[in-house]
Design a protein around this ligand. Structure first.
Ligand SMILES: Cc1cc2nc3c(=O)[nH]c(=O)nc-3n(C[C@H](O)[C@H](O)[C@H](O)COP(=O)(O)O)c2cc1C
Length: 221
């Protein structure tokens, strides 16, 4: 269908929907369009480790930018103690991620998290995951995660209409990879062996599909 306006009865209960070539004009509550999950380990004020799932992150070279809400413990930890590990779980770890989902290392629980989140000082135990010493940074790695990126914080920038989020720019300083996800004898992660856990509109997905084709700049077969 070309540009047109159709009655709401065709799709939702609110007003009219603009339809352009089969697309509806919609107002989704969230726009989490499917990005990998990471488990961030940071250091709490008392020296213990905090562990929190995120999915707002992207990598360019060895720089990784994280999107963090200001109400969490992780962001505050990174402002005060600018070291972390960005642990990347495989799809089978989704139950551990979901066990972490209602928890915060912040105490008291910030008002914005009341009724939804509860304070948990030992998130590793709560998730059933295990800490492993890092090589360069203070916070531990998550032993079960196949990829573990030790990193330091380069900058923290307020973002959002009211500055309610932080964009945290990180420099990756050391990479750990399970042998099983590497192309043997090389420094390449094997994209056929490594599968991220994807957070897709608040549902967990694996990458089940077959490879379509190597990309233009792929250096692996
Ligand atoms: C799969 C998943 C993805 C999430 N992504 C983010 C995110 O990108 N940024 C963020 O600030 N919070 C994200 N959250 C919510 C935080 O994990 C949550 O606010 C948590 O309480 C933070 O813990 P902390 O307060 O100990 O830092 C996500 C939660 C889940 C389960």
């Amino acid at each position: 269908m070309d540009n047109a306006t159709i009655p709401a009865a065709a799709g939702t209960a609110t007003g009219h929907l603009s339809v352009s070539r089969g697309h509806l004009s919609v107002s989704p509550k969230i726009l989490y369009f499917g990005t990998p999950v990471a488990l961030l380990t940071t250091t709490n004020p008392d020296g213990t480790a905090n562990l929190a799932p995120i999915s707002s992150l992207w990598a360019l070279g060895h720089t990784i930018v994280l999107g963090l809400g200001c109400g969490g413990r992780t962001g505050a930890n990174l402002v005060d103690r600018p070291e972390l590990v960005i642990n990347l779980p495989s799809p089978d770890l989704w139950p551990a991620v979901e066990r972490l989902a209602p928890l915060t290392g912040a105490f008291p629980v910030p008002e914005a998290k009341h009724g939804v989140f509860r304070h948990e000082p030992d998130k590793f135990a709560a998730a059933g995951l295990h800490p492993e010493d890092s090589v360069v940074v203070g916070p531990p790695r998550v032993a079960e995660c196949p990829l573990q990126l030790e990193a330091t914080v380069r900058s923290v920038t307020p973002v959002g209409p009211r500055g309610e989020f932080r964009a945290v720019e990180c420099a990756v300083v050391h990479v750990h990879a399970a042998a099983a996800v590497m192309v043997p004898g090389t420094q390449y992660v094997d994209p056929a062996a490594w599968r991220p856990l994807i957070y897709n509109f608040r549902h967990y997905y694996g990458l089940a599909g077959q490879e379509l084709a190597p990309g233009f700049r792929s250096e692996t077969a």
